[in-house]
Design a protein around this ligand. Structure first.
Ligand code: ATP
Ligand code: MG
Length: 218
């Protein structure tokens, strides 16, 4: 279970403090999927970054499987990010000099050895429809294929939660739909908890649940 309680996030700016999240609460059961929609600047990215411990909340709590990652020391938080959370951003962020398979295996180089990791990387790439592209460089792939490889990379450590920030923001509609369908397929197959921030109503409608972020709350 992902539990977010009374989350407040304030940024200091030259014009004074800006309260972006104002007591936001959200629960997503294990293997659940939720689309977070809302206007630009409403705090979708901020929410995902705090849930993934890339940023700290001003107040409120985040729990994943009953554990508050902000209660862990720095090493514990790094382990949490590496092993329990997968991130997908609008930009695929693949490394151009590595092959597609090598890119997907990058997260395996951090943290404890994972003997099943390379096998999982291949399986995820097959599920992403990229079985024939393992040894290609990212430059040879279409935008949608690159993003599907980025999804495979985010899943390679078997995370509990997959946080996707505008994962289809740079894609035309066919490629966007394919990415959304892949996310849903992986959610159902692996029971990963999916949180997707998106402007795209078609993508949002593919997830079991949608929440609207306005005025810092859902
Ligand atoms: N590091 C920061 N410092 C100061 N203000 C910030 C910071 N990060 C975000 N903000 C502000 O917080 C608000 C919410 O931003 P956020 O990026 O979370 O919105 P969003 O819903 O993801 O928007 P978009 O749909 O454009 O991606 C914005 O007003 C933004 O300017
Ligand atoms: Mg954003």
């Amino acid at each position: 279970m992902l539990e977010v309680r009374e989350l407040v996030k304030t940024f200091d700016s030259p014009g004074g403090a800006v309260q972006v999240l104002r007591g936001l609460s959200l629960e997503v059961e294990d293997g659940g999927g939720v689309a977070v929609v809302g206007p630009g600047g409403s705090g979708k990215s901020t929410l995902l970054q705090v849930v993934g411990t890339l940023d700290r909340p001003t107040s409120g709590t985040v729990k994943v499987g009953g554990v508050d990652p902000f209660g862990l020391d720095e090493a514990g938080q790094a382990k949490f990010r590496n092993e329990q959370v997968g991130f997908v951003f609008q930009d695929h962020c693949l490394l151009p000099q590595l092959t597609v398979l090598e890119n997907v295996m990058v997260p395996l180089m951090i943290g404890p050895e994972d003997t099943m990791g390379p096998q999982r990387a291949r399986k995820l790439l097959e599920e992403a429809g990229l079985a024939e592209r393992l040894n290609d460089r990212p430059a040879a792939l279409s935008a949608g294929e690159k993003q599907r490889a980025a999804v495979a990379r985010a899943m390679v450590r078997g995370p509990k939660i997959l946080l996707c920030d505008e994962p289809t923001g740079s894609l035309e509609s066919t490629a966007a739909n394919e990415v959304a369908e892949l996310l849903e397929k992986l959610r159902k197959e692996y029971g990963v908890t999916l949180v997707v921030a998106t402007h795209n109503q078609v993508i949002a409608s593919k997830l079991p649940r949608r929440v609207l972020l306005t005025d810092g709350r859902l």
